[in-house]
Design a protein around this ligand. Structure first.
Ligand SMILES: NC(=O)C1=CN([C@@H]2O[C@H](COP(=O)(O)OP(=O)(O)OC[C@H]3O[C@@H](n4cnc5c(N)ncnc54)[C@H](O)[C@@H]3O)[C@@H](O)[C@H]2O)C=CC1
Ligand SMILES: CC(=O)C(=O)O
Length: 377
C-alpha cells in the first residue's frame, strides 16, 4: 500500500504521524511511505532521517494526497484539505467528529473511509488516545500553574504554597487518563486535589492509587458546583467516547470562582465541559477571560511538546496502520474489533454509533455500509 504522511497545518501543530522507526516497519512489510517535505522538522526528524529509512520525500501536499491510498495524520483535516478527499481514500487520524460536523459531512460526501484514533477501543480502553491524554493531563497542571501567576493574568498563587501559607486547590472533573495524569502532577507540586467522576468504581481505583493525597467525589451537579467554586485551577477531563462532551460546568458555577482562577478544559476536542467556553483557542493565543476567570481551550495541547508526543503517538498507531496496509482496509476492519470501533465514516455513511448520535444523523454499521456500496456499484 502507498501511505502518505502530510505535514500538519493546524496552528502550532508540530507533531507528525510517523517517525523514521515507523517508516522502517512499514517499509520492511513491503509498503511505500511518502512523507511531505519537512513534515518531521517540528518533532526533530529531518528529511534525510526519513530518506535513510526508505521513505520518499514529496514536495507538495497535493501531490502526496493524490498519490496515497492511505493518509496518516495527527490532527483532523482542516477545510483547506477537504479538496483532497476522494472515494475510497483511507484516512487514519484523530477526527473528533462530534465537534466537527462540517468535516463529517465532507468525509461522507466524498465517501472517505475514515478511522479515528480516538474511537479505537480495546477492552473498554482507548489505546490510541491514551498516550496523548497522558501528555495533555500532565501539561494541564503546568499550564494552569503558569496562568495562575500574576504576570500572566492569574490570582498570583503558587499551587504548592509555602510553610505557613495555604496550598492551591485543583479540581479535576473526569478521573480517566487525563484526570489521573493531571492528579499525579498536581500532587507532585503539592496542591490540594479533588477528583470527580461518574463511576464509583473509578473513584475506588483512584483512592487505591492516591490514598489520602486526593479527595474523591461522585459526579453530580451539587458536588461539581462545590468543587468549581473552591478551585484555583479547574481541569475538564470528561469523555464519553465518540460523543459530544456533556456541559457539566455551568456559567453560574464559573461566576462563583475567584477572579484570576484558571480553567483548562482538556475535553475541548469533544466540545468541552464548560458552558463559558464557546471557542477552541490556539497555542498562539491560548487564553481568554470571562467573569474574571482565565479559560484555556486548546484542542491540540500535545502539539506543544512534539518530540515526546510524536514518539508516544506513533508507538501505538503504527501497528494498526500495518494491519490496514497488510490486509487492506475491508479485511483489516472485518478481522479487528478494535479497528471496527475506529471507523467513523465509510461509503458516505456514519459508521460509529456515538458520532452519529452526536451529529443527529443515521448510524450504519460498517458491514452494511459496505453492502450498500456493493449493491450500488
Ligand atoms: N485538548 C487536547 O489537546 C487533548 C484532549 N484530550 C481529551 O481529553 C478528554 C479526556 O480523555 P481521557 O482522559 O483519555 O478519557 P477517559 O475515558 O480515560 O476518561 C474520561 C473519564 O470521564 C468520566 N466521566 C464520564 N462522564 C462523566 C461525568 N458526567 N462526570 C464526571 N466524569 C465523567 C469517565 O468515567 C472517565 O473516567 C477527551 O475528550 C480527550 O479526547 C486528550 C488528549 C489531548
Ligand atoms: C487527542 C488529540 O486530539 C490530540 O492529541 O491532539
Amino acid at each position: 500500500m502507498i501511505i502518505g504522511i502530510p505535514k500538519e497545518i493546524k496552528n502550532n501543530e508540530n507533531r507528525v504521524a510517523i517517525t523514521p522507526a515507523g517508516v522502517t516497519i512499514l517499509n520492511n512489510a513491503g509498503h511505500r511511505v511518502l512523507v511531505e517535505k519537512d513534515a518531521g522538522i517540528g518533532s526533530g526528524f529531518t528529511n534525510e532521517d526519513y530518506r535513510l529509512t526508505g521513505a520518499e520525500i514529496v514536495d507538495q501536499a497535493s501531490e502526496l494526497w493524490h498519490a496515497s491510498e492511505m493518509i496518516m495524520k495527527v490532527k483532523e483535516p482542516l477545510a483547506s484539505e477537504y479538496g483532497y478527499f476522494r472515494p475510497g481514500l483511507i484516512l487514519f487520524t484523530y477526527l473528533h467528529l462530534a465537534a466537527e460536523p462540517a468535516l463529517a459531512k465532507a468525509l461522507q460526501d466524498d465517501k472517505v473511509v475514515s478511522i479515528a484514533y480516538e474511537t479505537i477501543a480495546v477492552n473498554r480502553t482507548l489505546p490510541l488516545l491514551t498516550p496523548m491524554s497522558e501528555v495533555a493531563g500532565r501539561m494541564s497542571i503546568q499550564i494552569g500553574a503558569q496562568y495562575l501567576q500574576k504576570s500572566n493574568g492569574g490570582q498570583g498563587i503558587l499551587l504548592a504554597g509555602v510553610p505557613g501559607v495555604s496550598r492551591g486547590k485543583v479540581s479535576i472533573i473526569g478521573g480517566g487518563v487525563v484526570g489521573t495524569n493531571a492528579a499525579k502532577m498536581a500532587i507532585g507540586l503539592g496542591a490540594e486535589v479533588t477528583i470527580i467522576d461518574l463511576s464509583a468504581d473509578r473513584l475506588r481505583q483512584l483512592d487505591d492509587i492516591f490514598g489520602s493525597q486526593i479527595q474523591t467525589l461522585i459526579s453530580n451537579p451539587f458536588n461539581i458546583a462545590k468543587a468549581v467554586s473552591e478551585a484555583d485551577l479547574l481541569i475538564g477531563a470528561v469523555l464519553i467516547p465518540g460523543a459530544k462532551a456533556p456541559r457539566l460546568v455551568t456559567e453560574d458555577m464559573v461566576k462563583t470562582m475567584k477572579p484570576g482562577s484558571v480553567i483548562v478544559d482538556v475535553a475541548i476536542d469533544q466540545g468541552g465541559i464548560v458552558e463559558t467556553i464557546d471557542k477552541v483557542t490556539t497555542h498562539d493565543n491560548p487564553v481568554f477571560v470571562k467573569h474574571g476567570v482565565l479559560h484555556y481551550s486548546v484542542a491540540n495541547m500535545p502539539g506543544a511538546v512534539p518530540r515526546t508526543s510524536t514518539i508516544a503517538l506513533t508507538n501505538v498507531t503504527v501497528p494498526y496502520a500495518l494491519q490496514i496496509a497488510n490486509q487492506g482496509v475491508v479485511q483489516a476492519v472485518t478481522n479487528s474489533g478494535a479497528l471496527q470501533s475506529g471507523v467513523n465514516t465509510a461509503n458516505g455513511s456514519i459508521t460509529c454509533a456515538a458520532v452519529a448520535s452526536a451529529l443527529g444523523t443515521a448510524f450504519t454499521p460498517f458491514d452494511e455500509a459496505l453492502e450498500q456500496h456493493t449493491a450500488a456499484s
